[in-house]
Design a protein around this ligand. Sequence first.
Ligand code: NDP
Length: 332
Amino acid sequence: NRSILLVKRPEGMPNQDNFKLITKDVPEIGDGEVLIRTIYLSVDPYMRGRMNGVKTYADPFELNEVLSGGVVGKVVESRNEKFQIGDIIEGRLSWADYAVSKGDNIRKIDPSLAPISTAVGVVGMPGLTAYFGFLDIGKPKQGETVVVSGAAGAVGSTVGQIAKIKGCYVVGIAGTAEKCKYLKEELGFDQVINYKTDNVKQKLKEHCPNGVDIYFDNVGGEISDAVIRRINYQSRIILCGQISAYNLQSIDSGPRVQGQLIQKSALMQGFIVGDFAKQHREGLKQLGQWVSEGSIKYRENVIEGLENTPDAFIGLFRGENTGKQLVKVNNE
Ligand code: NDP
């Protein structure tokens, strides 16, 4: 049973030295427990915050402990009557080949509804983040202008498509020409901005001639400063993530744009997907339906091999993924 430990807290950008792969025996299960073999692991930007050793909304990862995150796996042994051998489950489990669960932190997946990998993607945590953040806080109305940063990632690509379903005009901001092409040609975004090569301020002016009604922010920093300069009266700014700041070692001091919120009577609200835990089932049902009828498309960037999980994680901060970043650990 291979697993990956956090052995050194990252300073700035994470690197290989922060992680260590070890091998131990496959764990034995007790009464009420199940043994799960990992099929897919999800790597997510929020894990970077947990590596700092500071308490946020999620507990920090401990040094020399196995890392954990979203996993899709198969039950291979069961002493819990609710789970049978062969069941496919999703839950927050170890970065390892095998994990033991008492059954309270895993949910069964129906493989006939959607590919099982989507249970940690578009029909899982990132999809729910897009769904509740955009609909509950954004309260979109037909014809409104929506800007999404981090638009080609797991959350952003779903937000843009939900916005299209709701009849909005959608502008996506992403970091490569290929991602921008994908957003426009395959996902139906109305306009796209490449923040690495375009003048973001200028392009926002061009693509949002009537201002911005909803800004779904995955990245923070200068991109957000530029978008917030163009917000409309009673616009909504949804603070989902600030990936541009996750590896900074001191607080980023940028232009102060809060005055805009006053002038425009705008709402800026942060959230975490767990706030909507009671409604997750309903969100998954709707997302699953949109995916199965083709109104939400998705991509997955799959890296093979547990040993490559740190690379997959680090890649998030280099923009190596289009859509959801996954690691395929074992075959089904
Ligand atoms: P993504 O799939 O979007 O992957 C991260 C992407 O961020 C990269 O592909 C890269 O794309 C972009 N990126 C990396 N560094 C920067 C930077 N310095 N400036 C701008 N863009 C950057 O990840 P997720 O969809 O899983 O997460 C998106 C955001 O949502 C994250 O900030 C995450 O923390 C947050 N989140 C919040 C949740 C909540 O409950 N509030 C739950 C889940 C996620 P590019 O090539 O475009 O740069």
